[in-house]
Design a protein around this ligand. Sequence first.
Ligand SMILES: Cc1cc2nc3c(=O)[nH]c(=O)nc-3n(C[C@H](O)[C@H](O)[C@H](O)COP(=O)(O)OP(=O)(O)OC[C@H]3O[C@@H](n4cnc5c(N)ncnc54)[C@H](O)[C@@H]3O)c2cc1C
Length: 421
Amino acid sequence: MESNKAILDKVRVYGLQESKEAYVIRDFLKRSVVAFDWIPVANMDNLRAQFKQIIPEYANLPLVELPDGSLLFNPTVEAIAFNLGWITKPKHTEYDVSIFGAGPAGLSAAVYAASEGLSTVLVEREAIGGQAGTSSRIENYLGFPNGITGSELAERARQQAVKFGAEILLIRKGIQAQFINNKLHVDLNDGSKIIAKANISATGITYSRLGLPDEDKYLDLGIYYGAGSSEAILCTNEHVFIVGGGNSAGQAALNFCKHARKVTIIIRGADLSATLSYYLLNRILKKKNIEVLYNSNITALSGDGILKEITVTNSITQTASSYATKFVFVCIGGKPNTEWAKNTAIVRDDAGYLVTGNDLYKQPFLSRWKNDFTPAFLETSVPGCFAAGDVRHNSIKRVASAVGEGAMAVTFVYRYLSEKY
Ligand SMILES: Cc1cc2nc3c(=O)[nH]c(=O)nc-3n(C[C@H](O)[C@H](O)[C@H](O)COP(=O)(O)OP(=O)(O)OC[C@H]3O[C@@H](n4cnc5c(N)ncnc54)[C@H](O)[C@@H]3O)c2cc1C
């Protein structure tokens, strides 16, 4: 490694083995399907010895070496994307449809909108793929009997959207929306503005985290957010832990107990009945291989590359117990990404999900909007503004349903545009 100017076939990431900053970079590159080599180093001096004539005194790890030989020290993912040439300005001032969020719903909407000839811009604040992009294997998506990694599914969809002419703006975030003369004007966090005749919000949700120091390290390597039925078969004969006491946690426990040796539900409270539907509670209490740890929290994770052991602390007795496990499913809910909608006329439910279609006629939503048009199934309380995927009130949190809603939303956009313009 004499020179940093060599043309490389891959990005190289150098950093301390346990560095969180390096993890964030690797995660971004992995989710963006960028080929890279990860080279752990002991410290900056060690690395400087290899790059001595180039690394300035102030430089910090991690170091990213781009294929053209340029070096980025402790860069943000924005800086990496910029230097890879991914950050571009919007090509047009106005589009037929703007789509926010490039998870399965937004990508699907982009494919269908662009393929039907609509001028389409897709804006994504992080990496393509959304939550699905973080999944190591999606086993229940139609047409992939052996499963597919979330990042590969997302990359295929990205290529399809680009092929049909959709414009994709990465590392951009819609921060504020306004409706002027029936058009949506969105301010992006980089100061640019996008105007569109119709809009699809596919901004999804962000799962709540446990808040443990090593949580990111074991993401998808023992710690999983949500608990789809596809994962259950992977846990055959294992001891599985589920964190959370809501219905999604309860359903997951019943699902996992068919395959796992034992399922342990960990809840903060003293009682499941406060958070769990009666029918689920009844069934759970009858299952011999499901146990519940009340008043409990996971307080530590450990392993070597993959999760091997968790520590659970009882908040009343303060006793800590260790359990060997490779599977912890975190079902403590999430928050929809709808901050941008808070000052608009779009009706959200109490948790922040966007309310669409017939749900708008139910209370308390009915009294929160003008009720001066008949919204289509995926239309919000603002005409021409649609929602698809997890961000929608009452949505089904699955890749297939997000993809279906993205495609369906485009049909409604098409109808809206032909009636309006
Ligand atoms: C680890 C994991 C594994 C999963 N495994 C499965 C599985 O095996 N099978 C299955 O069916 N489901 C699975 N799911 C659920 C599935 O991934 C989601 O239901 C699906 O991704 C929802 O798609 P979406 O497009 O609605 O939202 P998301 O995937 O949440 O995507 C939303 C996107 O919007 C972006 N965004 C948010 N705010 C803004 C903004 N203001 N401006 C621009 N962009 C914004 C986000 O960065 C994100 O990329 C899994 C979920 C997780 C977390």
